[in-house]
Design a protein around this ligand. Sequence first.
Ligand code: AMP
Length: 219
Amino acid sequence: MYIIFLGAPGAGKGTQAAAIASDLNLAHVASGDLFRKALEQKTELGLQAKSYMEKGLLVPDEVTIQMVMERLAAPDCARGAIFDGFPRTLPQAKALDKALAGRGAAIDQVIYIKVGEEELLKRLSGRWICRRCQTPYHEVTNPPKVREKCDKCGGELYQRADDTVEAVKKRLQVYLAETAPLIDYYTAAGKLFEVDGQGGVEEVRQRIAAVISRQFIRR
Ligand code: AMP
């Protein structure tokens, strides 16, 4: 089973994709996490991605597609995967369709998490993330029990370099120009399911779980 989580930066894709991947026992393929790991390890890929990420721009398609395809070839993706942050452009979506068709599979569902722009800006500007397990927190709506420490693993919390007001605005612009057209692409394919992303994490998770199980029942 292959599911894509689509939505603007700050819509909650990372949080929800991690929870659903764990519920369904599927691999969680998060392109932003893969880039951040490469950046931390100072690999060639990390160096290529660095300047784009800092400015809130998309890393070029060839680089991104190759990275995700390598991840998809890992054994834990054989049963399926939850894609989070990928695809973000039409060429990426088409490359993914082609790669899955090559293994006799296809995207089953695209969960589009919809959140208003004002709320997105609010969420991103107060976001803190665990360096070790990537769990996100928010200084107002979802603070950790101990300041700058992850409730789950005790790891150190940090603020992403691209969560500055300037980079966030750029990321939202890029989303509207490059990624929002994917909504039409997957609607035309009959695969898009819109979920209201406003509200608490658990509330949204239940909405998503209901949409995924409805799809199973329909088969
Ligand atoms: P994210 O954690 O998904 O918000 O991604 C952080 C940054 O990584 C983005 O702002 C881009 O610079 C880069 N990135 C992540 N996924 C992609 C993608 N599918 N295509 C191009 N760039 C990406």
